[in-house]
Design a protein around this ligand. Structure first.
Ligand code: SF4
Ligand code: SF4
Length: 442
């Protein structure tokens, strides 16, 4: 069986949060392959520790991926501040004799260094076109956990575990490996908190992650971390404002200073992302959607809302509002430009992570979240049929079937984009719905 088929069978998807099926990504040919080790979301500690503890496996997985896409060069992007990780990776590259093809490049400690398009620019000086993807400039980007999963897939091991950081206003920040499908609540309790009434939980990093409506879900292959904060924390209050309320506030208070646009990471790359114009459109009820198509160019990094705007307004929400309207009207973005140049002021407008963390009110929680071996033996796991970009899996098991750990329980529908799902524990199938398959441990 080819490695690409093994990756497909193992259900490998982008572990950085995007969830794009990796076997499809690696079917392209590209000039560069990039490993995203930036981990720019404050407080998350998965990738930096994986690169430290599983450097050999990640490098082998990355090199295999490089060969699949025929890239002449593989570049690993790691923030310069992670000196130990950089040293380990460089030594391992030498040991594995990968120097001819793979190198480590230090990237600045800025937000959002891990945004795919920012990373492509930092590592290759190429600019992904507006509304485009890295392959258009000859790059394929992989997350470090994805590279580890590629290595595991080459040994016939499917993706049934996920690495998660639990951090925030908690006694016990921690990074753990847990079976996919584990109840989120069991992972959250590793924080040392038992009663969550006074807390809200952000699913993912504090910048881009949404505040969870309830804590009933299960771990998927896309989860990266949970940030637990008191209900009264300013970040929680800001992130839980409704679209209607944000529109009202935006309408009354925007002073059109343009800071949201001038500091927007995509605008600084030369794109025409202009959130201040969306704010203007909201303030003056301008609704010619054709003129608001640039709202499609927002990557939802949230920098404008949580850092740049001096008035504490909601320019990202303004972008999202118009993007939604455009999608409802089936109005697409048309690329008008081919060549892009970064804005002259870019280097002076990059946002250092430390300043961002202080602004978010998270400095006191910016601690290590060491990777620890913990055993969570949930009685029941719920494996979602859709944890990836593409069509949901079709269950290939029945109620009362006994399944082994790692057994396929859902397959990709024919001629569809998707990713296989597997049993993460041994047990009996107890429930099958369109959304999930439950397994009771036996
Ligand atoms: S949203 Fe904020 S940063 Fe943007 S133009 Fe208005 S006041 Fe300035
Ligand atoms: S969220 Fe704001 S800063 Fe980020 S890309 Fe969108 S408009 Fe730019």
């Amino acid at each position: 069986m080819s490695l690409l088929d093994m990756i497909k069978d193992a259900g490998v998807i982008g572990a950085g949060g995007a969830g794009f099926p990796t076997h499809v990504k690696l079917s392209s040919k590209s000039e560069y392959i990039l490993l995203n080790g930036a981990e720019c979301e404050p407080l998350l500690r998965v990738d930096q520790q994986l690169m430290e503890f599983y450097s050999k496996e990640i490098l082998i997985g990355f090199e295999e991926a490089r060969k699949l896409v025929d890239a002449k060069e593989g570049i690993i992007g790691v923030k310069g501040k992670h000196k130990k990780v950089i040293q380990i990776l460089r030594e391992k590259i030498k040991e594995l004799e990968f120097e001819e093809f793979i190198s480590v490049k230090e990237i600045p400690d800025i937000y959002p260094a891990g945004d795919e398009q920012v990373l492509v620019y930092e590592l290759t000086k190429r600019i992904v076109p507006e509304g485009g993807i890295p392959i258009q400039v000859g790059c394929v980007v992989l997350n470090s956990e994805t590279a580890l999963n590629i290595y595991n897939a080459s040994l016939g091991q499917p993706v049934i575990y996920k690495y998660i950081t639990v951090a925030g206003d908690i006694p016990n920040p921690i990074t753990v490996k847990v079976p996919v499908g584990t109840p989120i609540m069991e992972v959250l309790k590793l924080s040392g908190i038992e009663d969550f009434n006074d807390f809200k939980v952000i699913d993912g990093g504090p910048m881009m992650g949404p505040v969870m409506k309830d804590l009933k879900g299960s771990i998927t292959k896309k989860n990266k971390g949970f940030i637990i904060l008191k209900n009264s924390h300013p970040l929680i209050r800001k992130k839980t404002v409704t679209m209607e309320r944000s529109k009202r506030i935006n309408k009354t208070s925007c002073e059109q200073c343009r800071m949201c646009t001038d500091m927007c990471p995509r605008f600084l790359l030369g794109h025409n992302t202009q959130p201040h114009k969306m704010m203007r459109a909201i303030s003056y009820n301008l609704d010619n959607l054709e003129e608001l198509k640039n709202s499609y160019l927002c990557c939802q990094c949230n920098l404008c809302e949580l850092f740049s705007c001096p008035a504490g307004l909601y320019p990202k929400a303004a972008n999202m509002y118009f993007k939604q309207k455009l999608m409802e009207g089936n109005i697409r973005f048309n690329k008008v430009q081919n060549d892009y140049t970064v804005r002259n002021a870019r280097e002076f407008r990059l946002v250092p992570s430390a300043r961002l963390i202080a602004r978010l009110g998270l400095k006191v929680f910016d601690k290590k979240a060491p990777m620890k071996e913990v055993t969570i033996n949930s009685d029941i796991v719920k494996i979602l049929t859709s944890q990836h970009v593409g069509a949901p899996c079709i269950p290939c098991v029945k109620i009362d079937d006994y399944v082994e750990e790692g057994q396929v329980i859902g397959s990709i529908p024919e001629k569809s984009l998707g990713a296989t799902i597997h049993a993460s524990i041994p047990g009996v199938i107890t429930e099958i719905t369109d959304e999930f398959i439950s397994i009771r441990r036996e």
